[in-house]
Design a protein around this ligand. Structure first.
Ligand code: FAD
Length: 208
């Protein structure tokens, strides 16, 4: 049976934005993953936090936001240093690109931009995408992104084809619900066309 935890060694740590750190783990061979998936990282003796895979090429890259009310996950990222060992679970999760869609819509915040970057890289350039992200911390994204300070208003104003595509909605829980409600109620999309994954919510620790 496969081991529950894998491990790697921090090789590099880089501030990619003011509050977003990229943590590169070396010594992680043959990882099976689909862009959009996440791992659960041991950030303390008994504490796990979930982080999306930004990239994998034999090295595993995670990007962690040092948010204002930072808990153990944010602290782990702030204090990560080359040479440290890190344990984490195998990649999992269903927020992954669907192949049968005429176009793809990405809606989320800074934390969601991590899986979105990986998913956008995996989609052929010929596939139409619309990406709206509310974030001050802006990761370098592989396709055009509408950066906004009002996610819902920008999504409402987005010029989309009349037939539904597939939407990936992630980030703060209530913002995710509002975005899905807009697509389903106002635009008439079927619920199954909206893949939603709340990443965090005020007052709740370590969502998964
Ligand atoms: C599937 C999945 C993928 C995720 N991928 C990423 C990722 O790639 N990068 C990443 O940075 N995070 C990601 N997250 C969120 C991450 O797992 C943690 O929730 C986050 O790092 C907070 O952990 P913490 O220990 O610092 O704070 P916690 O102890 O979990 O929470 C303390 C408090 O901080 C506040 N808080 C938590 N997150 C935020 C935030 N983003 N902004 C403002 N306030 C916040 C809340 O009020 C919370 O009650 C993901 C979550 C899930 C479920």
């Amino acid at each position: 049976m496969s081991k529950l935890f894998l491990s790697g060694t921090v090789e590099a740590v880089e501030d990619v934005t003011a509050r977003m750190r990229r943590i590169r783990l070396a010594g992680v061979p043959d990882l099976r993953w689909t862009p959009g998936q996440h791992v659960r990282v041991r950030v303390g003796t008994l504490t796990l936090r979930t982080y999306s895979i930004w990239d994998y090429d034999g090295h595993l890259d995670l990007c962690v936001l040092d948010h204002d009310t930072g808990g153990p996950g944010a602290r782990w990222a702030r204090e990560a240093m080359p040479g440290q060992r890190v344990s984490f679970t195998r990649p999992e999760g269903r927020l992954v690109p669907r192949e049968d869609a005429p176009y793809h819509v990405f809606v989320g915040d800074a934390t969601a931009s991590v899986p979105f970057g990986a998913m956008l890289r995996a989609l052929p350039e010929s596939v139409p995408v619309h990406c709206v992200i509310e974030a001050e911390d802006r990761l370098p994204m592989p396709r055009e992104v509408i950066w906004t300070d009002n996610l819902l208003d920008t999504l409402r104003a987005l010029d989309l084809p009349s037939e539904p595509g597939i939407a990936y909605v992630a980030g703060e829980a209530r913002a995710c619900q509002s975005a899905r409600a807009h697509l389903v109620r106002d635009r008439g999309w079927p619920r199954r066309s909206v893949a939603i994954k709340p990443f965090w919510t005020p007052g709740k620790r370590g969502m998964d």
